[in-house]
Design a protein around this ligand. Structure first.
Ligand SMILES: Nc1ncnc2c1ncn2[C@@H]1O[C@H](COP(=O)(O)OP(=O)(O)OP(=O)(O)O)[C@@H](O)[C@H]1O
Length: 278
């Protein structure tokens, strides 16, 4: 569905994306994971034609990015920052977007009601967006992005700043859309989000792709178990294939240690020496 070959984006002498090669399959729920400044937003901005690449080639459903009209019809975008008109109602925000996409009035109305139901805002359609919570605004942005029936949805940090319960509710919504056949590309710096939601994850660091696979495979890349302990004020970790061996190692340490299954954070630390969430 999306083919990215040799994508590079420079801002002056800073390289935000460095020779990225990636493909996303139709119907996939794909995550771009990395710390602040890794190049996730820039990648989404290139894919959604908000900025031009410095080099490389991208096609969406075999269509090059320069075919703006076709690409625009194919994609829906939920940016990181809230950009709803807060002095309009939820319904009016959707209506406006439908007009921008030149949807006929009857279809606009029908889609608006369908989508308000999908994001569980049907009771609040007539309320001004400024009265909405952060989670409700985010759900309305998703509804708006889906109004013109895109085949791909881009979500930039869809749950940033939301509390865990609201975040899980959004995960359910995103998962449901992917189950219904939509291709979803999302960015996140939340390890848990990438692990729970995404079928495949591209880990980015300093604009480079450093790992790409399902969260399950990535988590086992360095071992089945990890032992973690503090030594000289520093957190250390070591991977093991075998639980008994890991337990023996942990037992032999002078400091208290934890033994657990590895997560994507451990993988990132092992690859870069830093944490994603710092
Ligand atoms: N418009 C711009 N002008 C100059 N530099 C930019 C611009 N946009 C991004 N950058 C730089 O490109 C790099 C990647 O930024 P990007 O926003 O893509 O990272 P990110 O992984 O999305 O991080 P975050 O989660 O903080 O948004 C950073 O070094 C950033 O400072």
């Amino acid at each position: 569905m999306i083919e990215i070959v040799g994508l590079t984006k420079r801002y002056g002498d800073r390289t935000a994306i460095d020779n990225l090669n990636l493909s996303v399959a139709r119907g996939e729920l794909f995550g771009l994971l990395g710390p602040n400044g890794a190049g996730k937003t820039t990648t989404i901005r290139v894919l959604t034609m908000l900025t031009r690449p410095s080099a490389g080639h991208v096609t969406i459903d075999h269509c090059p990015l320069k075919d703006e009209r076709r690409i625009k019809a194919m994609i829906g975008v939920v940016p990181q920052h809230l950009n709803l008109d807060i002095e309009l109602t939820a319904r009016e925000n959707l209506e406006l977007h439908g007009r921008l996409h030149q949807l006929p009035a009857a279809i606009r109305r029908q889609r608006t009601e369908e989508l308000l139901r999908l994001v569980e805002l049907e009771e609040r359609g007539a309320d001004m967006v400024q009265t909405f919570s952060g989670g409700m605004k985010r759900r309305l942005m998703i509804a708006r992005a889906l109004l013109h029936r895109p085949r791909i949805l881009f979500l930039d940090e869809p749950t940033v700043g939301l509390d865990p319960q609201v975040r899980r509710r959004l995960w359910g919504l995103i998962r449901g859309m992917a189950d219904a056949g939509l291709t979803v590309v999302m960015t996140t710096h939340y390890i848990e989000e990438a692990e729970n939601l995404c079928q495949r994850v591209a880990i980015l660091d300093h604009g480079k792709l450093i790992a790409l696979d399902s969260p399950r495979v990535l988590c086992r890349r360095f071992g089945e178990y990890v032992v973690e302990w503090h030594e000289n004020d520093k957190l250390n970790s070591r991977f093991f294939e075998d639980r008994t061996e890991a337990a023996q190692f942990a037992g032999g340490l002078a400091a208290a240690a934890t033994l657990r299954r590895p997560n994507l954070e451990d993988v990132f630390v092992e690859l870069t020496g830093r944490k994603v969430t710092e």
